[in-house]
Design a protein around this ligand. Structure first.
Ligand code: AMP
Ligand code: MN
Ligand code: MN
Ligand code: MN
Length: 283
């Protein structure tokens, strides 16, 4: 099964429309697809309609920003009811701090002489409620501050750099509960990215399970093959289902394209098998 259950459209910080992503997934041989915009389900109906029209089996998706032990952790939700009211309210609250944060980021950059970056970043945001560091990165590339978005992150937008503003996102318990109560499966996204100590990581997976979390991304565009092997072990140790997703954002910026990752290790239980009754496909 070529499942790709993690990517972004211009409804968050991707550059393509939900329709273009569905077509790209189909063309790349994906046979189960989810669009997982950050903190937002506004693209789900378009994704579903485009997937069904293309004959591409589809699951609902979202990627929720969480603060755990003062670190930003991402929790992917799959196969939930996209109309669920409590999930909507939770996502509205999670998005709510982004505008102020972006203005504070712009103030930090202004001290370096970079003017107007809030307005500049907004021009790259398809959804102004979802202004993100990625939009700042694109703007800073446009004005020639760096040659690519990766360099912008390294130089300006990660912890300790002038455009970085600490932010408190949703709690782990809230995010897992919103997804689960809406009928979906919660999955820890790209765990190798967080650079937790072994004890901190143990705490993350223990609490995640306690609150009803079901899965972990093992194969993702953010993991090396060694990291995938490590989180395959974690999946077994914690009794978690395994997920796979490219985290594709843009043809220009993303190194992993939709549907091109290696398969999950064969001994793991895929999260999509537990979600078979939530998959929508054309009759
Ligand atoms: P935000 O939610 O505003 O903090 O933005 C987070 C997004 O920035 C992530 O979802 C990635 O798309 C992007 N991102 C984070 N770190 C990096 C990095 N080092 N290089 C490129 N993009 C990054
Ligand atoms: Mn992103
Ligand atoms: Mn993420
Ligand atoms: Mn993502």
């Amino acid at each position: 099964m070529n499942a790709d259950l993690h990517c972004h459209s211009f409804v968050s910080d991707g550059t393509l429309s939900p329709e273009a992503l569905a077509a790209r997934a189909k063309a790349n041989g994906v046979d189960l697809w989810a669009l997982t915009d950050h903190d937002e389900v506004g693209g789900q109906q378009r994704a579903r309609d485009a997937a069904l029209a293309a004959g591409l089996p589809w699951l609902s998706g979202v990627e929720i920003s969480v603060t755990f032990l003062d670190v930003t952790v991402h929790i992917v939700g799959l196969g939930f009811d996209p109309e669920d009211a409590a999930l909507h309210a939770g996502l509205v609250a999670t998005r709510g701090g982004r505008t102020q944060r972006a203005q504070d980021m712009a103030a930090g950059l202004e001290k370096l002489g970079i003017k107007g970056s809030y307005e500049g970043a907004l021009q790259f945001a398809g959804n102004p409620e979802l202004i993100s560091r990625t939009h700042f990165a694109r703007y800073l590339v446009e004005i020639g501050a760096c040659r690519d978005t990766q360099s912008v992150f390294r130089k300006y937008l990660v912890e300790g750099k002038p455009g970085y503003v600490p932010h408190r996102w949703a709690s782990l318990q809230d995010a897992v509960t919103w997804i689960t109560q809406a009928g979906g499966a919660a999955v820890v996204a790209h765990p190798a990215r967080y650079r937790f100590s072994a004890n901190e990581e143990y705490a993350l997976f223990t609490e995640f399970k306690k609150h009803g979390g079901l899965g972990v991304e093992v194969v993702t565009g953010s993991h090396s093959s060694a990291e995938a092997a490590r989180y395959a072990e974690i999946a077994v140790e914690f009794g978690l289902l395994a997920s796979r997703g490219s985290d594709f954002h843009s043809p220009e910026e993303s190194h992993a394209d939709l549907g091109t990752l290696p398969p999950l290790p064969g001994h793991l239980k895929p999260v999509w098998e537990a979600l078979a009754d939530r998959v929508l496909q054309a009759a």
